[in-house]
Design a protein. Sequence first.
Length: 458
Amino acid sequence: MTRNTSEDGDSIEEKQISKQLSEMLEEQQAPVQEEYQAFYEWMLERGKDHLMYEGLADSTADKYFRRLDQLHREAISLLETSDVTTITPDQGEELLLLLAKNTITKRTDEAFSKSSKRKFSNTLEKYFEWQYHTDRLEYEWKSRIRFSDGNHTSAAEFSYEEMGRLFEVAESYKKLPSYYETSPEERDRINGLVAQRLSKPKENVNRDDWRKADHSSKIWSLVSVGYDAGLTPIEIQRAKVSWYKPDQQMLVIPTDAASKQREKEKVSLSDDSCEALSRWIRERRHLEKYDGTNSLWLNQVGNPYRSSSLCNLIRRLCEEAGITSENRPIRWYSLRHSVGRQMKSDGSLVQTNDQLRHDTLETTQTTYGNSAVEERCETLNKSRSKAKRAANDPDYEPYSGVDLQTEFGKVEETGPEDAITPRDDGSIHINAIIENTTENRVRVSRQLLSDEESSSSS
């Protein structure tokens, strides 16, 4: 059921409150239904940025609507209220406190995860934001109870070594369909793919050749690109071939298809990911289930991947790679968290922010700003090494020396006065590693000119 109520004339769906809430409200359900509809329409039109008239995606607005309905039922059941038609800010605070205490639980009496509690909190913030902007509330509401983002804390990160093993396993994972289970049409097309892989005429391809060429680039590309781009399950589900820009070595993820409607759309891809994805796109052309679809990846039965199947996939890969998952929450999100941590370590906070498409640097800093255990171990080892050297070498100055790593091993910074060495034949040899400052450059230049004058006068 729809009705034409939007400011630009587009038809907006009329959302119905749940049957359970309707029954609890009895004769007062009509004004509540009207209020919920107004809230829903505001979310679609201005819910992302009220001042800039930017709305939320339908799916996001629907989730807020459903969660508010659930909280409303809890408020009527658990809180003493004289007006059951709305949720007040004080009641919102009470509901979050009950969530924190696990008084409000799932139907199975299990506690909600931190991630779910945060989403309920966000729903109330969005609801009171609407009330404030539509003059139903005189102040902007912010809860005193905060729930951490469970998305990051609930997914384990992989070490560099583990990621390397995952990439190796993914590159050789999965196979072509069974020779005897394919239709004549699909077999003919895959014969063309096998011919390409083995560099032989298509008409000479046989069943033994299928065994020789029995590998696929799908999982390799899925894991490699999923890591590089930090793709979430919903983005894997929505991914299109057209997102890939091989000439620019990047993926362009439209805002309306991105998780959380991220405004940053361009993410870089490594050389390995480009190779894997280019191979996969060539391969998928020969597979029947991709006929008539621009979807980049489909599961074995031809449907888009879901979060659960992606989590199962990454766990199977870990098992094959010998990566322990015992007492570790290994999930698809582990790839995103791993690239965030490792890119922050090897690059910069700004690069990590752009690659993960965070709205603010604060989000990136909060999530990945703390250093990795391995980094701190390496720093401690360097500190210990300096301490030992300082104890055994009275001339060593740990705070003034700068250790540098070159292809010939570690070297120490050279003083400008030691940069130039006279040779027996009257020439000079310049070899220096110094801090690039104006003062040091002037001192080296003066020494060079002085040595040249001495050489010419002699």
